[in-house]
Design a binder for this molecule. Structure first.
Ligand code: KG4
Ligand code: ZN
Length: 336
């Protein structure tokens, strides 16, 4: 079964062709980051307009690279939220046009679900089994989710303020390191000592919720007390990253043990973080847990993960709310 998937929830225009929910035949991503960099964050109106410019060429390229035509496609999967409404609308309109023109089903996919399903793209031979714990860490969300089956989620914890990726982005912006902050901090932190500064680990002993705005403020306070020299930045960001990673990993492992779940997965843009990936692997191994991490290219926003989630929604057709529904609307804020 061939699914063409479209993802435009934020600043990446993405299209993919996925076969049988697992084999990625193409995964095209056009990033707008260069246009937004100078503003230090995403400008929603600019994002929507840029999506319009590239959506058709991106879909065309995805089909060409997969060596399929519209006639070979069985369904269209599309992100309908959460995200920027103007951006989502562009992907939705394109998806509706394909579904309507080809008379094929339109499968709506929650962006958060897409990130979780990136883990099903992990290996050709092995399919992830239920239940598993998913640590979903992106620019807009930080959640620990117990995934019991396809479409069956229990949110165990979430951030009460900033998302983990948001904390990376805000600290990087404060330090003048550019946007997005995660990859820059990740790289710089490799040259620093993560034990140099002991930043707080908020709510470490309380449940599975997170709070990251305090760490961000601690960084700001630390810097305001001294004249920061460029040579100190690697230690500073390594220590900040350590505080975030330790909190994420310890709570996730605790959730798995408390719920007696053997598999832990990572999802969302922050799962590209090298320290988080290795730390979770090591801690998981120590606890006898299986840790599954999506391939790097499926961590940040992409359409292959949407195609995968769409496939499982489609084959479990009770989960498909609308088939070729032209009334499907973008949703800015959406839970699992
Ligand atoms: O999932 P994503 O691409 O978009 C959202 O759905 O939000 O996540 C983007 C977030 C940004 O905050 C970015 O700074 C962060 O993921 N990120 C990283 C890394 N790569 C991307 N954070 C830490 N380390 C990274 N290597
Ligand atoms: Zn995302």
């Amino acid at each position: 079964m061939f699914i063409v998937a479209i993802e435009t929830s934020c600043d990446e225009t993405a299209a993919a062709v996925v076969r049988d929910g697992q084999e990625v035949l193409s995964n095209v991503i056009s990033s707008q980051i260069e246009f937004h960099k100078k503003y230090g964050g995403i400008v929603p109106e600019v994002a929507a307009r840029k999506h319009i410019e590239v959506i058709n060429p991106v879909i065309k390229e995805a089909l060409e690279r997969a060596n399929v035509g519209f006639g070979d496609i069985n369904a269209v999967a599309v992100t309908y939220g959460p995200g920027l409404v103007g951006s989502l609308l562009v992907g939705l309109c394109a998806a509706k046009a394909i579904a309507w023109g080809r008379k094929i089903p339109l499968v709506e996919v929650n962006h958060l679900e897409g990130h979780i399903y990136a883990n099903f793209l992990n290996s050709k031979s092995k399919i992830l089994s239920f239940p598993f714990i998913s640590l979903l860490v992106s620019g807009g969300h930080t959640m620990i989710i117990l995934v019991k089956g396809h479409g069956e989620y229990e949110t165990l914890g979430r951030t009460r303020d900033d998302a983990a990726g948001e904390a990376f982005d805000k600290v990087a912006r404060f330090l003048g390191l550019g946007y997005p902050g995660g990859p820059v901090i990740d790289k710089l932190a490799k040259r620093g000592n993560p034990a140099a500064i002991k930043f707080p680990r908020p709510m470490m002993d309380q449940g599975y919720d997170f709070s990251f705005s305090g760490i961000k403020t601690a960084v700001v306070n630390y810097v305001s007390r001294l004249t920061l020299h460029a040579s100190q930045v690697p230690d500073l960001v390594a220590s900040f990253q350590e505080a975030i990673v330790e909190t994420l990993v310890e709570k996730t492992i605790r959730a798995a043990k408390d719920r007696n779940v053997q598999i832990v997965t990572l999802a969302g843009g922050v799962s590209a973080n090298s320290s988080l990936r290795s730390r979770l692997q090591k801690r998981g191994q120590k606890e006898g847990l299986e840790v599954i991490i999506p391939p790097f290219e499926y961590c940040t926003d992409n359409a292959a993960m949407i195609g995968c989630a769409g496939y499982y929604k489609f084959i479990n057709s009770s989960l498909v709310i609308s088939h070729s529904s032209l009334s499907l609307s973008p949703v800015a804020s959406l839970r699992l």
